[in-house]
Design a protein around this ligand. Structure first.
Ligand SMILES: [Mn+2]
Length: 355
């Protein structure tokens, strides 16, 4: 078994045109987002990863009609007709787990629903579910001409310290009618307690369903963001997560970009450590320049990470999972996101061919 090249598709891209595009880029596998991060928010252009404003990315819950066995079975059938296999679904909709993240009154009801989701994912034969256990989510990032040739990309210039408003979590709004005020401030220990509850409940179900849960590190990886603690913001913190539940269903969504942005450790040592334990479910294969709180996302071949060296470590440790480009700078042309992705895919495919 060797590693595989996949392509990530946002919720609004789950159509034949995009399946063809992924196939043309050389993908054999797909990582699929069901959550619509762009719903009801004019600040998010649909042709890039979402950035958002004070309201976050938008309104949670718009993906509801996709979380059922009929939709997923049909989606699998359509992707298979292009020779593509769905390797993973990436991210829960905040509407389905806000009280698990916030330790709120609907926690038990919501964990029961997440278990049903994982059983369904197993039933349709999707092997992996990626998640990001985070209160502030992916936020505090800016857009600018950060990559080669002034290509528009994403970066960070400072830590956002504005507290999260009631009714929001994971950078989305789950309750538009929530009262004034901000969410309760907690410490790191409390956040790990909440994660432990989640893993202790979900991992046994995932094991039984034949699904591996894959944890994304914090993006961006800083100790606190928007007055909330972060979970995995240094490479060694992944080990703590793994040790909570000793299971082949407790794995990592290994984001090279986010790990490289961390202030401690070393990206090659981290890749060695977690791939040697067979704990990497799949990889966000992207590159960056700098570390928090000031870094830039750049083209896959111009960042701090020696991507070929990463692939050699993965090969040595028999990694047989999927790599996807994750984010990429936009290229100046009529299809900026697509050109950026096609460039990354060609580059990765070329590297893989010469391992
Ligand atoms: Mn990532």
């Amino acid at each position: 078994m060797i590693m595989k090249l996949g392509f990530g598709l946002y919720s609004h891209m789950l159509d034949d045109e995009h399946f063809k595009f992924a196939k043309q880029c050389g993908a054999t596998h797909l990582v699929v987002h069901l959550v619509d991060y762009f719903a009801k928010s004019e600040s998010n252009q649909r042709d890039n990863q979402p950035i958002g404003n004070k309201q976050g990315w938008g309104i949670a819950g718009a993906s509801r009609e996709k979380w059922n066995i009929d939709y997923l079975s049909e989606l699998i059938k359509r992707t298979e007709s292009y020779g593509l296999k769905i390797e993973a679904i990436e991210n829960f909709d905040p509407i389905d787990w806000y009280d698990i993240l916030l330790d709120g009154p609907k926690k038990m009801e919501q964990i029961s629903h997440l278990k049903d989701i994982i059983r369904m994912i197993g039933e349709v034969g999707i092997p992996t579910f990626g998640y990001n256990f985070s209160l502030a989510g992916v936020s505090s990032r800016i857009e600018g001409e950060f990559a080669r040739g002034d290509a528009v990309s994403v970066g960070m210039s400072k830590v956002d310290e504005e507290p999260i408003k009631n009714g929001m979590v994971w950078n989305m709004v789950y309750d538009k009618n929530a009262g004034e005020g901000t969410i309760t401030e907690i410490d790191h220990e409390e956040l790990w307690k909440r994660l432990t509850f989640f893993l202790e409940e979900i991992i046994p179900v995932a094991e039984e369903a034949g699904v591996q849960m894959a944890a994304h590190p914090d993006d961006p990886p800083v100790p606190f963001l928007k007055k909330t603690p972060r979970l995995v913001y240094q490479p060694d913190m992944y080990q703590k997560l793994i040790n909570i539940q000793n299971s082949q269903s407790n794995k990592l969504e290994f984001c090279l970009g986010s790990i490289s942005e961390m202030t401690e450790g070393d990206i090659y040592e981290a890749t060695e450590k977690y791939s040697a334990q067979n704990k990497i479910a799949y990889i966000h294969f992207r590159n960056v320049q700098g570390k928090v709180p000031t870094y830039k996302e750049v083209f896959v071949d111009e960042g701090d990470i020696d991507m070929l060296k990463i692939l050699r470590i993965l090969k040595k440790n028999n990694f047989s999972g999927v790599l996807i480009p994750d984010h990429t700078p936009k290229m100046t042309c009529n299809a900026p996101w697509y050109a950026g992705m096609a460039y990354a895919m060609g580059y990765i495919k070329g590297l893989m061919a010469h391992l």
